[in-house]
Write a protein that binds this ligand. Structure first.
Ligand code: AP5
Length: 212
């Protein structure tokens, strides 16, 4: 099964992808995480990507699509994957469709998580992430048991550079899923819209129902 999770920055794509991956054992592929790993490792790709991420802009398609296609060519993605943060536009969607067609597969579900802007701003401002395992927290909605420490692995929690208010406004302005992308999946008959304003567990239930 191949799934795409669509939604604006802070909608809960990463949080829900971790939960769905735990429940279904589906491979979770996040282009944002891949870029952040490259930034941390100081690779050329990371340096290039960071120029765009720091301004709240999308990384150019030629870089992003190449990275994603290389990732799905690996054996662990042969039978299925859940894409979080990809595609962001129709060109990326076509590239993904074409790559999957080459494997005799297609996107089975496109799940659009919708959340109002004021809630997105509150979520991004209060997000904390484990430096070690990547588990996501929110200081109000989903706090760790001990402040600054990951419940899952004891790692240190940090806040993303691009969650600073100035970058968040740019991300919300430039990175909401475009209408043409939503229409692409509606036309393919695989689009389902999920109310992302609900509590975390309710969103997880709705997403799992949508794919079963
Ligand atoms: P990426 O990491 O994909 O960022 P994003 O799309 O902006 O999404 P976020 O990770 O910020 O939010 P999310 O929807 O995953 O929410 P989360 O679950 O964390 O991309 C980063 C950058 O990389 C981009 O800006 C771009 O530059 C580049 N990039 C990545 N992919 C690209 C592509 N395909 N093309 C070009 N460039 C690309 O939740 C947020 C917070 O809310 C958490 O604290 C969580 O605990 C809380 N929360 C979640 N759900 C709920 C709920 N239901 N109730 C209460 N709190 C909740």
């Amino acid at each position: 099964m191949f799934i795409v999770l669509l939604g604006p920055p802070g909608a809960g794509k990463g949080t829900q992808a971790q939960r769905i991956a735990d429940a279904t054992k589906l491979l979770h592929i996040s282009t944002g995480d891949m870029f952040r790993e490259n930034v941390k490792a100081g690779t050329e790709l990371g340096k290039l990507a960071n120029e765009y991420m720091a301004k709240g802009e999308l990384v150019p398609d030629e870089v992003t699509i190449g990275m994603l296609l290389e990732r799905i060519s690996r054996p662990d993605a042969a039978k299925g994957a859940m894409f979080d943060g990809f595609p962001r536009n129709v060109a990326q969607a076509f590239a993904l469709d074409q790559a999957l067609a080459g494997k005799g597969a297609r996107i089975d579900h496109a799940l659009l998580i919708s959340v109002a802007d004021d809630e997105l701003i509150a979520r991004l401002g209060g997000r904390w992430i484990c430096r070690n395992c990547g588990r996501l927290y929110h200081e109000r909605n989903d706090p760790p048991k001990r402040e600054g420490i990951c419940d899952a692995c004891g790692g240190e929690l940090y806040q993303r550079e691009d969650d600073r208010p100035a970058v968040v406004s740019a991300r919300l302005e430039k990175q909401k899923p475009p209408g043409a992308l939503i229409e692409h999946y509606r036309q393919a008959g695989v689009l389902k819209e999920i109310d992302g304003q609900q509590p975390l567990d309710a969103v997880t239930r709705a997403l799992l129902e949508a794919i079963t």
